[in-house]
Design a protein around this ligand. Structure first.
Ligand code: SAM
Ligand code: SF4
Length: 332
């Protein structure tokens, strides 16, 4: 096992965290994430779960300590649990986490916990059934609430809600969402909308900055800034006398690229060095040309680090998205 980091990029940043998308498909169609007529990858282009497992093992052998399984909706992938069981107790992997819309958790939460998943992030943008449907286009709030209840019962180390506020749609729910998180005894993070993919609205018409959200929340709660760093882009605040922390992930208003420690792998095996740039290395051919030899794969991963850009370049006022691909393709 490696004790010293192997993955260092051209700016001296250590990469020890990967986000792996195991499908670009989803049972929801969130308006900020997908277009109405999404085209999904042909199934034969999507990595097999065995290939996903090989990738994770290769990255962990190169010093990666944290793996997030995401999508699309990772839990709609058939047999996804096989992968979680395969990598859940991998020596050297300190944290296996999943980001989900919660729709399948009612039935999968316990199995995920048993497989070794420590933390789960559940996206939830509204507590109003009608609005929830409007935002997700097809989702059922009740199912997600049952999923949250199942996750709490399953005993994860941490459960965090991810909430994206959109002006004129759910921006009046910030306080209600925090109250809900407090009632559930779980964390919540607010994520600013990013210009990824061409969606049906102009991004700057719906954008709500986290600064605005924080100001609103402070009118209701005595938030206390946390000094601890999670190593990620979120900044956290405590709500006194509760078990809830409120996080803010602010890619537009606070660029956090200088401390970026992560890379993303799409469900077709593209290694994206930055969420907001096009730089990528295609790992699928190496997985397929060398089915029994991981060395070429590992060498490609190590040298890809030189292609990691300094940072993203989001500008919500541009008519064109910063990158053409959707968040559901790269893996959120
Ligand atoms: N389906 C799962 C879910 O919704 O949690 C995992 C994948 S989803 C792409 C991961 C996260 O990305 C979600 O919390 C979602 O709100 C966020 N997201 C999607 N599109 C986004 C965008 N354009 N800007 C900011 N966050 C976005
Ligand atoms: Fe699906 Fe997650 Fe994108 Fe919503 S944010 S459409 S749940 S992948």
């Amino acid at each position: 096992m490696n004790s010293s980091p192997v993955l260092i990029d051209g700016f001296g940043r250590k990469v020890d965290y990967i986000r792996l998308s195991i499908t670009d498909r989803c049972d929801f169609r969130c308006v900020y994430c997908m277009s109405e007529d999404m085209q999904f990858l042909p199934r034969e282009e999507v990595l097999s779960l065995e290939e996903c497992s090989r990738l994770v093992k290769a990255f962990v052998s190169l010093g990666v300590k944290k793996v997030r399984i995401t999508g699309g909706e990772p839990l709609v992938r058939k047999n996804a649990l096989w992968l979680f069981n395969e990598i859940g107790h991998l020596p050297g992997l300190n944290e296996l986490v999943v980001t989900t819309n919660g729709s399948q958790l009612e039935h999968q939460a316990h199995d995920l916990r048993r497989a070794g998943v420590r933390r789960v992030n559940i996206s939830l943008d509204s507590l109003d059934e009608r609005r929830f449907r409007q935002i997700t286009r097809v989702g059922e709030l009740d199912k997600v609430l049952r999923g949250i209840a199942a996750a709490k019962q399953a005993g994860f180390d941490n459960i965090k809600l991810n909430t994206l506020l959109m002006r004129g749609i759910n921006d009046d729910e910030a306080i209600a969402m925090v109250a809900f998180a407090i009632g559930q005894g779980i964390d919540i993070s607010f994520i600013e909308e990013m210009p990824l993919g061409q969606v049906s609205h102009a991004r700057d018409s719906t954008y709500v900055s986290n600064e605005e959200t924080l100001k609103l929340l402070r009118s209701r709660y005595d938030l206390i800034a946390s000094v601890e760093s999670t190593g990620g882009p979120a900044r956290y605040w405590y709500v006194p006398n509760t078990n809830t922390r409120v996080g803010f992930i602010s890619p537009n208003s606070h660029n956090f690229c200088e401390s970026c420690n992560r890379v993303r792998i799409s469900s077709k095996g593209e290694l994206y060095l930055c969420l907001g740039q096009e730089n990528k290395v295609d790992l699928a051919p190496l997985l397929r040309q060398f089915p029994h030899d991981d060395e070429p794969l590992k060498q490609a991963i190590v040298s890809s680090m030189q292609a990691k850009p300094k940072g993203h370049d989001f500008n919500l006022k541009r008519a064109e998205p910063a990158v053409i691909r959707f968040m559901s393709h790269t893996g959120g």
